[in-house]
Design a protein around this ligand. Structure first.
Ligand code: 475
Length: 815
């Protein structure tokens, strides 16, 4: 997979082997033969990382710098992806083969950095990939968590959270940059100084933390561009280390201070239930915002100081874009102002205008509980000077709000930053941004119509949509090697650089020999997954079954529960009606639930309990099987997507902002079974109604149902004791209790919330849709045609397309 004018990293397999063996010796002082697989992987990754760092082919350029601020970057394993991007995968594969260890085995040794929760974090990683591929100066700015998202194990059907010590064996891709460390200040008091007319403020005392960056090279496809992902780690600023305590022998006290500071970068998203957790989260947010901005301004000043002189800061937005991924970096606005006003002596109004010209904001969720808010007391105590800027901006915002807008008091109550004793981060983000975008057409529509409606009325020009995308290189090129090869053989390699070329597959949709190869590739992927699942869980899956997959975070709105209800319904129908014979199907789930989210964790336990009952019952287990794959992560996702026949995207309409597993699965030739929600709507538009299965209430119907207030979920239970009612009874009657007890809390939640997530409401529509879709699988030719059609139409969902749109509309750069 070579592209023109890329740097040649290995001449051939022999050259590769020589360099690889040299690297082994230089790192471990041992020969290749003396190393174990992990050490070999490590040497190979170090070799490739070194080449990536040195491949800064176009060096410094004057084009605009984009800084993508995100608390999460779920980058996944890098080795295989970088071999693809360098165009040396085949050479390296051959060389490894000759040396005696297959490349796949080395690739499997790589740790999967869990520096994100789910969609938002993976999106940031896909965007890094695309910015580098498109030659944009895209810099990632995030946190280097000592421990990533917990590792999930299943015990007695329950999720158990284990520490993810991803750095234990070292991370060969990163470089610590001591010389680029900066100091970030928390707490203390604001002191006013005056000299004649001039006055200014400083923040004195408090806690000084040293932020140390670790840089990871981001290699673009074709290796024409290497960007940097900069991840910050918190350490005690040396001058503040409690030397007295240390010298007087009170090591405990000295070390405690050290660990309080280090706690800031210790874990991803500390549990935000308790007050302590909340402060730590706020500290994380400020740390990476302040450290990132200090660095940006230092670099900018060095580069443009001479050119612009006095007017230096007014031009910041011409050369720098700061993009905020959700509200987590919302402090970028006030922090940029603070540095400009306090340290660069820029006046308040200019600083505000510069900030707004520079900053843009993406919203990722309309769930009210996910919109961040901080108690003013906590905020002001931790960041006293920053708070002054927020207060002043809020005051000015209130003043400038036209009082003749209809219902202005309501508008104020919705849009002010400070309200009800809290700092509202979404409003802070909007007020400081020149662009606010949602992540699918439907989602952006909901932002305008309700979540951010009052802002939209005031400033419609701020709002725009940027439908999400994903890296087809990773999720098809790397993840699905057999299908990727088939595609390359048919239409060439151009689709790796330009996913729209996948549309050339349309002429092969109906081609029997292409279909045959497609089936072979799929069978290979299904066998690979079945083996993985067997090793991880002991569950045996028959690869001739339909693989029906729902993989994503566990959340009530995503309705994994609806999927389980369908499986229980199938189970009951098979047992009660000997003539009922559904298409043999393996139902595969994977995903994590937040540590403190009891309901979601109970749904995981329910799935495992249903799996135990179904898989162990010879009356049904040749027709249905259930598997829960533990510890969903980028690496396991790459095994699951290529093996999927049915992609479950079943959130209630209006709840999922976009979804991205829907895109990854579609691209791999899975057929979507979904609601009209998030990006499913756009998938449907692209593939056509014949190549997707849509069910359930539409957004307007959900809204109308909620507004009418006359939905009584329990009527559905009472009216159907044979199917729906029976399933609900089975939650508590012992049917599923063998593994670890009944599920009273799920039943109670359904009844107390009056089926808030519309599981009962959409049940029949869903089960009927599934029946029809699973039946359709029997016509192999028609199915394969639809599957290949899905791949052919997936080019739109490349994150390259998404990033081009961000570049054009928001960052104002050519790409
Ligand atoms: C949406 N994460 C998907 C995806 O745009 C969408 C929020 C608060 C704290 C920690 N994590 C979060 C999210 O909100 C998130 O991942 N949102 C997801 O963003 C990318 O495709 O629909 O749910």
């Amino acid at each position: 997979m070579n592209t023109d004018n890329k740097p040649q990293v290995f001449k051939d397999a022999t050259d590769f082997k020589t360099q690889f063996c040299e690297e082994c010796e230089s790192i471990f002082s041992k020969t290749y033969d003396e190393l174990n697989d992990f050490e070999r992987y490590y040497a190979l990754a170090s070799l490739i990382a070194g080449k990536a760092r040195n491949a800064k082919v176009d060096g410094e350029n004057d084009e605009k710098q984009v800084y993508y601020f995100s608390l999460e970057f779920l980058i996944g394993p890098l080795l295989d992806n970088y071999l693809l991007n360098f165009g040396v995968r085949d050479i390296v594969k051959a060389g490894c083969e000759q040396l005696g260890t297959p490349l796949e085995e080395l690739v499997a040794c790589e740790a999967d950095p869990g520096l994100g929760n789910g969609g938002l974090g993976r999106l940031a990683a896909c965007f890094m990939d695309s910015m580098a591929a498109l030659g944009i100066n895209g810099n990632g700015n995030g946190m280097r968590y000592r421990y990533g998202l917990f590792r999930q194990e299943i015990e007695g059907g329950r999720q158990v959270e284990m520490v993810d010590n991803w750095l234990e064996h070292g991370f060969p891709w990163e470089t610590r940059k001591n010389e680029s460390a900066v100091v970030v200040q928390f707490g203390g008091q604001v002191v006013r100084h005056q000299d004649g007319e001039r006055f200014w403020f400083t923040q004195e005392g408090g806690e000084k933390v040293k932020a140390v960056p670790y840089d990871v090279p981001i290699l673009g496809y074709g290796a024409k561009k290497v960007n940097t992902l900069r991840l910050w780690s918190a350490e005690p600023a040396t001058e503040d280390f409690d030397l007295d305590a240390f010298n007087s022998g009170d090591y405990a006290k000295a070390m405690k201070f050290r660990s309080d500071v280090e706690a800031i970068s210790q874990i991803l998203y500390p549990n935000d239930a308790g007050e302590h957790g909340r402060v730590l989260r706020l500290k994380q947010e400020y740390l990476f915002v302040s450290a990132g901005l200090q660095t940006i301004l230092r670099t900018y000043e060095k580069k443009f100081g001479k050119r612009y002189g006095e007017k230096l800061w007014e031009h910041l937005g011409d050369h720098v874009s700061v993009h905020t991924n959700d509200t987590h970096p919302a402090m970028c606005g006030p922090e940029l102002m603070r540095i400009l006003v306090d340290e660069k002596r820029v006046d308040f109004d200019t600083a505000f205008n510069v900030a707004r010209k520079t900053i843009s904001y993406t919203n990722h969720t309309v769930m009210p509980e996910a919109l961040e808010k901080w108690p003013i007391e906590v905020f002001r105590h931790l960041l006293p000077r920053l708070y002054m800027f927020i207060e002043e901006i809020d005051r000015r915002y209130r003043d400038t709000l036209p009082h003749d807008v209809e219902g202005w008091a309501n508008v104020l109550s919705k849009t002010a930053i400070l309200w009800d004793g809290q700092v509202r981060m979404a409003n802070l983000s909007v007020i400081f941004a020149h662009s606010v975008n949602g992540v699918s057409e439907l989602h952006t529509g909901i932002l305008k119509a309700s979540t951010l409606h009052e802002f939209y009325e005031l400033r419609p020009d701020l709002f725009n949509n940027k439908t999400n995308g994903i890296s087809h290189r990773r999720f098809l090129g790397n993840a699905n090697p057999k299908y990727a090869k088939l595609i390359c053989d048919a239409i060439g390699e151009g689709w790796l650089a330009d996913a729209n070329q996948l549309s050339q597959l349309e002429k092969y949709e109906d081609d029997p020999s292409f279909q045959e190869e497609f089936e072979k590739a799929r069978r290979w992927s299904k066998e690979r997954l079945a083996k993985y699942i067997f090793e991880a869980t002991g569950t045996q899956l028959d690869t001739s079954m339909v693989f029906d997959v729902q993989v994503k975070r566990f959340h009530a709105y995503k309705r994994q529960l609806l999927n389980v209800f369908k499986i229980l319904d199938l189970y009951n129908r098979i047992l009660s009606d000997s003539s009922f014979s559904p298409r043999p199907t393996a139902f595969i789930f994977s995903g994590k639930a937040a540590q403190s989210y009891t309901f979601a964790k109970e749904v995981i336990r329910l799935i495992n309990s249903v799996a135990e009952v179904v898989n162990g019952d010879p009356r049904v287990n040749d027709k249905i099987r259930v598997a829960f794959v533990p510890n969903f992560a980028v690496s396991s996702a790459q095994l699951i997507y290529p093996a999927t026949d049915i992609s479950e995207q079943i959130s209630w309409a209006g709840s999922e902002a976009s979804g991205t597993s829907n895109m990854k699965l579609m691209m791999n030739g899975a057929i979507t079974l979904g609601t009209y929600d998030g990006a499913n709507v756009e998938i449907c538009d692209l593939v056509g109604q014949d190549n997707i299965k849509i069910f359930g209430l539409r957004t307007e119907e959900v809204d109308a149902l909620r507004a009418a207030g006359n939905y009584w979920a329990w009527d559905l239970y009472n009216n159907d004791r044979i199917r729906l009612g029976r399933i609900i009874d089975e939650l508590t009657d012992g049917t599923l209790a063998h593994l670890s007890g009944n599920f009273e809390s799920i039943r109670d939640e359904l009844s107390i919330s009056n089926d808030h997530d519309l599981v009962l409401k959409d049940f029949y529509s869903y089960v009927d849709a599934w029946d029809e879709l699973a039946q359709a699988y029997g016509d192999r030719r028609a199915w394969n045609k639809a599957a290949i059609h899905n791949t052919a139409r997936s080019g739109y969902f490349s994150s390259d397309r998404t990033i081009r749109e961000y570049a054009r509309d928001i960052w104002h750069i050519d790409a």
